[in-house]
Design a binder for this molecule. Structure first.
Ligand SMILES: Cc1ncc(C[n+]2csc(CCOP(=O)(O)OP(=O)(O)O)c2C)c(N)n1
Ligand SMILES: [Mg+2]
Length: 317
């Protein structure tokens, strides 16, 4: 259901959780790579609000937001990122290998494009079970250039899978721009439709647009007609570092100030205020969320690491 206030609260949670995780990273508390979702919150929250509770989501290396938007548990996520036993993978997966199947988050993998075929397997199982549930997979624009993505589109169309792939097109794969990687004639929509898969695009900085487009596509996805929703969006931070500036110099046009004008929280806040919501109540949401996140982080910092005896558990080798 579209509820802008709830969406605002969720987007604020995603934003503040990562701002605080960034501080942990800078304090050397996180022993793995962390890819920040800051700026892209409207995509995960827009899509998740259009889903049913039993639908599943899968993600990539940048999935804190995908998990939290699906209703994920912040404490378990921070414990996982900090390598603590209470993390949903017992502290052994970390930021890029998030999984909480009981919460409908079927997993995330950092190997670009690989999650699409795993998501197709999940959608295949849902179809076999004759449920009305769907699977959503989040990938980036770079990952959508991987062969596995196209193989998945073909099989999803062939087997009529209830699969929705969200391509978060933040215009970069690490530091490589879209224009340096694709011919000027590249037409994502034509390619995807050519496989027999539905395609739509949305302004990924706009919660309403993402929600409306996802909702519309999901009607047919639920009937076994797979779809791709491409959301053009800005990531504010560097590829995998908690810095906001453009010091690396690869973003010449879409500089930070320009990205901030399109910021998804700013847009949603403005929309809420034109609907009569007062600014103080939105500021209160932000303050309460910050206090909650800090509390969960304090808990996770003092939580125990896994028992060394657990080291070889869950290993296939
Ligand atoms: C198969 C594969 N090749 C290369 C990498 C290294 N790598 C990690 S993230 C990334 C860029 C991903 O870009 P995109 O899919 O657009 O997602 P974004 O980081 O922009 O969210 C690359 C090249 C990888 N993880 N997997
Ligand atoms: Mg990208």
């Amino acid at each position: 259901m579209k509820n802008r206030i709830e969406a605002f609260k969720r987007m604020v949670l995603l934003r503040i959780a990562e701002e605080e995780i960034a501080k942990l990273f800078l304090r050397d508390k996180i022993m793995s790579f962390v890819h920040f979702y800051v700026g892209q919150e409207a995509v995960a929250v827009g899509v998740s609000n259009a889903l049913n509770p039993n639908d599943r989501a899968l993600g990539n290396h940048r999935s804190h937001g995908h998990y939290l938007a699906k209703g994920g548990n912040l404490r378990r996520m921070i414990c996982e990122i900090l390598g603590k036993a209470e993390g949903f993978a017992g502290g052994k997966g970390g930021s890029m290998h998030m999984i909480a199947r009981e919460e409908g988050f079927t997993g995330s993998t950092p190997i670009l494009g690989s999650i699409t075929s795993i998501a197709a397997g999940s959608a295949f199982a849902q179809k076999q079970a004759q449920s009305q549930d769907v699977t959503v997979a989040y990938i980036g624009d770079g990952a959508s250039e991987e062969g596995g993505f196209y193989e998945t589109l073909n099989l999803a169309a062939l087997f009529k899978l209830p699969l929705l792939i969200i391509v978060e097109n933040n215009l970069y794969a690490v530091n490589s721009k879209l224009d340096d990687r694709r011919s000027v004639n590249y037409r994502a929509g034509d390619i995807i439709r050519g496989f027999g898969v539905a395609y739509a695009n949305a302004d990924g900085n706009d919660f309403d647009d993402v929600f409306d487009k996802a909702k519309e596509l999901l009607v047919n996805v639920r009937q076994g007609h797979p779809a791709v929703l491409e959301c053009v969006v800005y990531r504010h931070m560097a590829h995998s570092a908690p810095i906001f500036d453009d010091a690396q110099g690869y973003r010449d046009v879409d500089i930070f100030e320009k990205r901030l004008e399109q910021d998804c929280l700013k847009k949603l806040k403005e929309r809420l205020m034109t609907e009569g919501v007062n600014e103080e109540s939105l500021s209160e949401v932000i303050a309460e969320t910050r206090a909650f996140v800090i509390n969960e982080i304090e808990y996770a910092l003092s939580a125990p690491f896994p028992d060394p005896k657990e080291l070889h558990k869950d290993l296939y080798a």
